[in-house]
Each structure stands twice: as C-alpha cells, then as structure tokens.
Design a protein. Sequence first.
Lengths: 216, 887
Amino acid sequence: MRDVKEVLMQVKRLKDKAKANRDFGDLEEALDHLREATGLLEPHAENTEYRTKIRQELADCYGMMGGIYRRQGKLEEAGNKYRRGLHYEDDDSYNLSNSVVIPILIDPLRLESQQTKTRIEDGITIVQEQVRGRRKDEWWAWADLGLFNLLQGNKKAALEAYSQFGKVGARPQDYESTILVLNNLLDKLQTAGSPSVKSVAESVEDAIIVLNKNRT
Amino acid sequence: MEVEGPTPQTTLVILLGASEWPGAATNFPASEAFANSASGLEKYFLDRKGFNLPKENLLNLFDSTSEPSQIITRMDTWLASNAKGMTDLLVYFVGHGHLEGRQSDFLLLIRSSKKENLGSTSLRMDGLANTIKGRARNLRCIFILDCCFAASAYESLQQGELDRAAIRKATDALASPGEGTGTPRRGISLLCSSSSSTLSRIAPDESYTMFTEALLYALNHGNARLQQQYLNLFELAVLIDEFLHKAYPDKAPKPEVHSPDQREGVVANIPFFPNLATQSFRNAQDAIGKSELSEDTILCYVILSETERKLKPGQDSLRSTVEGALNLLGGSLKQKKEYAFATDIVANLDTYEIAIKKLCRAEVVIFDITHFEPAVMLLLGIRSVVRRGVTITSVGAVYVIGDLIDLPFNIKEVNITSHSSQQNRGDNEENWSTYIIRNKIQEGLHQLQTLPQYLDLPAFDAVRNLPPGYREPDPDKVLLLCSYSKRYQEIHWNKLKHRLREALDIKKDLHSTRTAKGVSRSTAKRPRVLRVLDLVSPRLVSPTIYEAIRRNVLCIADWTEWRPNVFFELGVRLAVTKPEAFTVSIIEDRQEQLMKLVYDDLEAIKKDSTKADRFMQALARIEPEDPDFRAIRDRFNLIAPQCMRLLDLFRPLPYICPPPENDANYTPPVRSELDLYQDIVHYYKCEPGDESKVGKGREPITVRTYEIIEEEIDVNGEVAATPVYVELLRTAQLFEIEESEGRAAVLYPNNGRLKRTVERGTTNRYLAAWYFISNEHTIKEIIEDDKLLNIYQDIGDVLSRRLNAINHKQAKPVYSMIQVLEDLKPLYSIMSKHTEEEVVTNKESELFRDYEDIKARLTRRLQAMQPEQAKPIKELVRSLWQKEVLS
C-alpha cells in the first residue's frame, strides 16, 4: 500500500489536472483523472490517522465527478456520484445540495414531495450550523444555504445568504458558476405547472438578478 | 547526581618515559621498542577512528631531555590550566623502572637519568603520584605502567619479585583511604604487568614492548564478543592477557589491574576505551565522518545545557524528549541526530569549529535554553544567522508553558517550548513535551518548504536585508553589547563610556583618510560609543540592532554579568563579522577573577551557602536581600565551568570599574587603566592590513567563526539562491484558493478592489513563473528533469484555469502545453530507451500498443496547438529516432 501522504499529493495533482480539463471542456479526460484519484484514495478510507482527510478528498472527487456528469447532461450518473460523495462525508453541503437538486432537475414536481421538503429542511439545519462555525467564511457554504432557502421558498433568507456569499470573498467566476446552476434550475422549474413550484422559480429568478448585479 | 562518563573532549592524556638513557646506558639499554610503543599509543589516542582525543588534551613528555623537577613542573602547570571541566586523566609510562635503596623507592627512568645518581635524576613514583593527586584530584585517573627492570641491578630478587615490589610501591604511592561504591567521579586505577620469569619485556623483533604491543592490539581491535561500545580497564586487561598468552606462550607477562583510590568506587569499572570491534561504534564513527563531509546531510543537532547534566533520576531530560519525538517521526532525522553539551562544545577551538559546521548543516537544531547559559545563547545567536532551518528552543527545570519567564530581549518573540517533568504532569498528557517537539519539527519542516521567508529566530533576514546605502562598514560608531541591568548601567556603562571616549580621543589622529580592504576610516571625528538602545532609527528595534551588529567595524561585547542577550548578540556578531572588522570581548577584571574563584571553590560553595553568598555579593554586586539574589547565585554556580571555558577560548580583555574597596580577593592589574582601555579600541590604532593579526582581544575564535560559516553556509538558504520560479510559486500559493472550500486568502475579502488586485497579482506570479521556465529551459530539459516537470505542470494546471477565467485565448497555449507534456514524457521515455526496431517489431506487444496510443494522442494534441508552439516538440521527438514520428 502506498504511503498516505504520497497518495494525497498525487490526488491533489490529479484534481488540478481534472479541473483544468473540465474548464477547457475535456470532460472525459477530467473524469479519467478523478477515477484514478478515487482509486488511489479508497483503499485508505479507513486509515486511522488520515481517515477524515481521505474521506473529505473522496467526497470532493465524487462531487467533482457529479458536476462533470451534470454538465454532460447525465443527471442519473451525477446523482449517483453526489450520493457516493455523501457516503464519505454526510455533511458535505455541495453533495448534499446537489443530491437534492438533481431529482428536481429530473422532475421539478418532486419539489412538492414531503421527502424532498424534509431533505431541504435537514440541509438548511446542517449548513446553518456550519456557517455559524467552521465554514463561516466559505462562500460555497453560503451559496449552498442560499440554494436550500430558495428551494424552501424562503427568498429573504436566500438573498441574505447570497449577500454573505459576496461578502466573504466570492470571485466573479464563483458568481458565474452559481448563476449557471440557478439558471439551469430556473429553466426546469419554469416547465412545471404547479403554483408552488412557480413561486420558487420566481424567487430563483430574483436571486439571479441580485447575483448578476453583485458579481462585479 | 548523574556522573559524567568519559568523552574524548573531557579526557587528558600524559605520555612519559624514554627510549634511551645516555647517562646510564650500561645498566639500562636503549631500544626503539620504547619509542614505538609511546608513539603507537599517541597515534591511537589522537586518531579520529581511535580514541579521537583533541590534540591539546595530550601532553607528550616521552623522551624529554628535561630534569625530573622540570618534568613534574610541566605536568603540574599543564594540569593546572587544563584539568578544569575535565573528567578523566590517563598517564602512560614506558621505559625502565628501578627500585632503589633500603626503602626500595620506585623510580621511573627518564632520558636525563644518571647512573651514579638515579634517585635524584629519575621520576620518583611518590612525587609523580603527589602531583596527580593534587592537580587531578577531581578526576578519574588511569595509570598504565609498562616498566622493564634491568635484572643486573637486582642480584637477590627474581623478576616476579621485582614486579610485585614495584606494583606495591606504585599502589602505595597512589593510594587514598576509603572505599565507595557506584560510579566514581574521582579515583585511581592502575594497569601494569608482572612476570614470574621473563627478564626481557621487549618483543623479539624489537618493534614494541610486549605489554604495549598487546595493549595497542586490544585498543585497536576491541572485543567483538562484547556487544558494547566501550571497554573498561578490566575488560581491556583480559584482552591484553589473551593476546600475550597467544603471542608469547612461555614468557608472557601478566597484566594486572589495581585500584589504589576507590573512595567513590572503582575507576577500572568505568567504560572508557572505545570498543572498536563493535559495528555500532564503527558506524557511529563513520556517520560522524560522513556528516563532516557530506554537503546535504540532514541532521538533527541537539545542544544540551548544564541543567541536563544535573538531572535527578526520573526527571525528564531534553535528550529523552527529543529521542521520543524522533522515534515518532522516524526517517532520516532519527538516523542522523547528534547531542552535544554546550560546555563541551566550547572546550576548545576544534570542538567549537565542528559544532559551527553542524549548526550550518543541520536542518533541525534544538537548544536547551534553561537558565540561558552563555555558551547556549552564543550558539543560538550563530544559528540564527547561518541557516533558515528549523530551530526549536526548549526550557526545562520547572518551567511550564504559560509560566511567567523573563526571556532575554532578543528571543522574546521566539516560540519556546518546555521539556520539564512538570510540563508532563497534571492536566497535560503524559509525554506532552515529546508530542510538542515532534509537532514543531514536522510543522517547521513543512512551513520551511512552503513559506518563502520562514523564520523561527530573529536575525537571519535582519542581517541580510540591509537597505541600499546601509551595507557598507561603519567606522564612525563603536557598538557596545552589554547588560541592561540597573546596576550595570549605573556602574559599568557610566565608567566605560567616558574611558572609551578618552581612549578613542588619543587615537583621533589616526583617523586619517585611508581605506583598508574596503573599510573606510575617513572619519575625522572621534567614533561614538553606542549601546543598542542608543541606536536611532525609525525601523523596528530588532532589524536596527542586527544591522548595526553587521556594519560597525568595532563591536565590543561586555561579558560583565554574563547576560544572555550579550552572548546571543555576540554569536550573531561573530557569524557576520568579516576578518577585517574587530569583535572585542571585555569583562570587568574583578568579575573575571571572581568567576575563577567560584569555579575553583565550586565544591566548597555547594556545601557552604554563606561562602557562595559572599562571592555573589562581590561578583554581581548584589545583596542577599535582593529578590533576584538566589536565582543569580544558582545560575552562576551552574554555569561556572562553562564560563571558565569561554574565558579560555575568548580571553576577554579586562577593564577596571570603580576600584573595589576592602576586597581581599581582588588583584589589581599590572597595566595602567588607560592601557587597558586602549587595548579595547586597538582597531583604531592598527595599520590598515594588520587587522587580521591575532591579539589585543582578537582571539582566533573571533575570526574562525566567520571563516567556517563562509565555507559551510547553506547556499540554497539565501533568498536570492531560490530558483525564481519557486519563489514566485510560493508567493502565489500563499494567496491560492482551495476551490472546494471557497475561502478567501486576503484579510479583507469584502473589499472588491483589494480582492481583484491580489487575484491579478497572484495570476501574474504564476504567469511569470511559467514564462521563466518556458524561456529558461528547453522542452528536453523539462522532460528530463522530473522535479522541474512536476512544477511546470503544477503551475500550468493552475495558470490555465486562472487565465481561462479572464481570457480564454491567452489560457489555451498554456493548457495545450500541459496536455502535450502528459503524453510527451512517456513517449520520450519509450523512444529514448528503445530502438525503433525493438518497439515496432512485435506488433502484439504491450510496448507497441502503448507507443501507438500515446503517439496518436500526442499527434491529436499537437494538431490543436499553434504551429510555432508545436515545432520544438516535434523536433525533439524527431531527434530521438532521426525520423518523423508525429505527423
């Protein structure tokens, strides 16, 4: 078995390559690098000394894979990867929010199901706890909280979270990425006839306007 | 109290005897065997792979033509000045012995012995014993007597009886009453030989005496059966016996060990002689040899204090704490560690020089700064200049982290730890200190790699980063490094400033315009004498001090009060002073004398606290009612042996302060007060070009420190020596954002302008690093250097994404290049290791399939590149098989 520190260094390199591939549209190559990374990490998932770090890295890699499948339009695969990420880190807000959003993207009416509502509520509790503590200055935590609040229909809390997203230092490319996700969601929500879903769509639209305004 | 074991640095050796006796040749025949025996033993002691004794620890009086009284005086004087701080003495005699008169006085013949008057022209065993028992009373002594007795002189005695009588005489002379047990700190043992029949003690080939031949064999070969690093005298005698028995079965003399003084125990039980048969010893010796030669040795060097020597059983030591930490860490540090007491380091110039080399080379150095001993602080000051490595400082005794501690000014910002037993008790975990030191080493080494200007001590950057216009030597100021105690300022400073000014005034006429080795002494006015606190600058105090320490051509370190800050600053000064500048150590003459008295009477002081108090009142001008009195007294008693060595090594110039009244201990100087002060400012007197001459406060150590560092300095540790792309990358990485976290690296992330400026600056650094490597190295160089290739790819990965967020067109060539390199490396590897024939002959082989896959991918990638960018890559591939491979 390879030395864990060496594995973590190798994984960092593979993730950097995957990110570059992803940003330049070489999505299959990015997935190859991420598969290689998870292959290196999984044998160490129960390592006593590095358990937390290894599992965080696994959650991150699966999250990145989910994102790439989502870009490819492979929503089922994306959902599987986000869930796989949650298996390693059950409070990872990125995998958590995306594992809620993916079923809605597949069928917007799922937003009305009790199961989805419970998951959104749980997500808000978890992320709120995080932004009160160790993730107070992480913009992605605030973006995830904003998204959960939008899905719950709490526009005010969502806009407050997005405001905080900017205050802690989100960069133009981070705004762009967040707006892309919301636009994608908005497209799907607008196709549903349900008034409650429509109301959420309106909130999403408002959030996009605010984010676009603040991005510079 | 823990008893110190013998070490080469704390052992003295005296060689006695003769190889010919011109005045008594008829009875005592000459033989080269005696000379060979003495030189063989000298060689063993001085050999680095033998006993490794420092040269100055050996007094060779063999074949001396001096009279016996002169020889005794030489020994007496030498021991008087060298026995301090030592633990062991070995006296070896080879030559003729003689028993004379009714009382059968035991005589050791020397070269000047006269036949007609042997008694008064030879060394008398009892006289020799008295000298040793007097001057080396606090040492463990081993006598080795290899005597031949001329049979013709003893008609009535058999050889065996002669030996018995001689041994009895020797043991009587060396005897002291009493019997102790355990590990002695003093005492005497004797190794000699007796023979029941043999008249001649010379080996048949006359190369050596039989006994010394066996002794040398035992010392140089050791005992492989005993898996221990050192042999005691008994074990050595067994080996000698075995050798003699085999080599001279019928006439072998028999070695005997006696211990005439065993008041504290038997000296012959002390492991003393390196067992050269054991691999571990040879490995240790080899490791020392290698660490002295190898430039890139990673070494953990631990400097121990006197407190460590005085620990009671069960108390936590720095050594055990560091051992534990290194065991947890494992790896090369554990393999290449060394421990040294600061007091041993300053034993002489050789030990000091070796230590300076290690301070330059060691990646990690750990200092025990308990009681801020002068030698420890001196070495810490040097370390702070010579290497941007990891340096850890730890306090023992009863210190617990968080306790109020009066840190010397210079190290107030240093992050000290504790290795005291108290630290590991109470609420803290067991072995807490071990974990802290482990973490400090681990974290330090990591930060050393990632932080461009990692620092754990104050002076490294401060002595280097001098603003332009502030680098040239400054002859206009004389910097005084001194104590800041109220007592010192009131008494010493007030005196010194006036007297030094007077001394400088007298030399004013010599401040004419002249330049020596770049040092301008163009000042027409008298140089000003300044203390550190008199320096005027808008900058922080710390860089201001170190700048002055580097620039001032004359720096005076006043040892009075033995202050830690003075020794730290002196260490910095020695490390940065070029040979043409002067560093002069001074001390109030009375304090020097009193320190010597404290040292000479250390044992008495320990028993009689009133005596200690009297010394202290005189030494430190401090009354017993003073709250600091006890701490200062105990510190002085502890550091006295170390201070004596420092005094011997530096020989500080004495100066006179308010004349002591009614001080019986005080001996006024022979020279006038003005002369003493003029010596201190001698720099301004000497002719240009003469500065390098030793003398007048300029001991070899003040020049050698700089010279050694100049040779040993870690060239990669200098800021400008770091490859420019590594420096750019490190700075950029300080502001890099971990994408999955999304946490800003700037302090005020809500300030958009700041954020954008920093982002742009970070991207530009990556870009500059990328351009630098691209322009400075060919593709072939990058591909062939794995380390460079990794860095280039790391930079490319981040840079391409950063640029892509701003300008895709600018980002594309960077991305294309890193994509190409991904495949170029394996293709290059295949094509440079194999011929075309080897690769393409077997089309079913894995090698061929790999080659084809990579080639196809690389071709695709190159097609996406700009032709100009692709050209050198295609050319590189073409050059390997001299054909076009990539279409």
